[in-house]
Write a protein that binds this ligand. Structure first.
Ligand code: IPM
Ligand code: MG
Length: 356
């Protein structure tokens, strides 16, 4: 098995280092991997003038899984759009066909107080946002800017989904719901958008193949409200690229600790790209302050979804639970009465807990 490791920018290097130590520590568990690193994002631009260098893309294509740190930094803000770090991310998703983006929002009982919602609203919250990742207004053509007849500039983008794109993400949604609490809520804007009318029709149709899953539909504005009103009503939320971008940020905040959340982006063969939900945090980069747990938990998702080694995935998740129980906290999740530790110490603690 081959893993392409793309640390990226900002805190990317340091969190990836800790994740690789954890990966090394579970190697015995039926996992034999070869690891190769390459540059992406701002690092790709600095090294080769491209946020997704050709060599990085071919490494990622040849690998069974990709582990990514984070991309972006203020020094790249003025670059033309094609050279910006986030283009590296968007292109690798598209090039690898990673259409299914899994963003769990899980509240650890030790961290329930850190949420911006009342603890009782989020205690034991465990929801999964499933976001379609390679279609929608993110990639729809035509797009651009043009002059109108009246001589002013006009910007435009195209929201679109084909039936087959909706069908394949819907199947992933029903399958995931089947392994959880059998509830799937599909989110759209079918009261306004034609794209969403088709979305709802196709999801409903696919649902007939999964009679044991409870399917519901919700408009995106209502879903945004329900997420902060009563988030525990959701199990799996299925939605398009743009709505999923927004709702997954909202859901991550419910947990109060975006530094804890992993994600997976999968293709049709379960090849995947795994990355923390948080960004590159340039302000704290290189200071041993970053929380490596989201990246470590991304390794667990990799073992689960691409390599199918559930036992090793759970071992890592248990080890993370154990360090939280020991009261260890990086500054982002620190509260009075707990022990503040740095990035490396947190990695040490997880590796130690794996040995228990
Ligand atoms: C995300 C990010 C990206 C997106 C950006 C950086 C292009 O917000 O992964 O959610 O919009 O998909
Ligand atoms: Mg986003």
């Amino acid at each position: 098995m081959k893993i392409a490791v793309l640390p990226g920018d900002g805190i990317g290097q340091e969190i990836i280092q800790q994740a690789l130590r954890v990966l090394g520590a579970v190697r015995g568990d039926g996992l034999d991997v070869e690891i190769e690193q390459a540059a992406i994002g701002g690092a790709g631009y600095d090294e080769q003038g491209d946020p997704l260098p050709v060599s990085t893309l071919s490494l990622a294509k040849a690998a069974d899984a990709v582990l990514l740190g984070a991309v972006g930094g203020p020094q790249y803000d003025e670059l033309p759009r094609a050279m910006r770090p986030e283009q590296g991310l968007l292109r690798i998703r598209k090039e690898l066909g990673l259409f299914a983006n899994l963003r769990p929002a899980l509240v650890y009982k030790e961290l329930a107080e850190a949420s911006s919602l009342k603890p009782e609203l989020v205690e034991n919250l465990d929801l999964m946002i499933l976001r379609e990742l390679t279609g929608d207004i993110y990639f729809g053509q035509p797009r651009g800017q043009r002059q109108t007849d009246s001589g002013q500039r006009e910007g435009f983008d195209t929201m679109k989904y084909s039936e087959s794109e909706i069908r394949r993400i819907a199947h992933v949604g029903f399958t995931i719901a089947g392994k959880r609490n059998r509830k799937l809520c599909s989110v759209d804007k079918a009261n306004v958008l034609d794209t969403s009318i088709l979305w709802r029709e196709v999801v409903t149709d696919v649902g007939k193949e999964y009679p044991d899953i409870e399917l519901s539909h919700m408009y995106v504005d209502n879903a945004a409200m329900q997420l902060v009103r009563a988030p525990k009503q959701f199990d799996v939320v299925l939605t398009g690229n743009m709505f999923g971008d927004i709702l997954s940020d909202e859901a991550s905040m419910l947990t109060g600790s975006i530094g804890m959340l992993p994600s997976a982006s999968l293709d049709a063969q379960n090849k995947g790209l795994y990355e923390p939900v948080h960004g590159s945090a340039p302000d704290i980069a290189g200071k041993d302050l970053a929380n490596p747990l989201a990246t470590i938990l991304s390794v667990a998702m990799m073992l689960r979804y691409t390599f199918g080694i559930e036992a090793a995935a759970q071992r890592i998740e248990k080890a993370v639970g154990s360090v939280l129980q020991q009261g260890l906290r990086t500054p982002d999740i620190y509260q009075e009465g707990t022990t503040k530790v740095g990035t490396v110490q947190m990695g040490d603690a997880v590796v130690a807990a794996l040995g228990e």
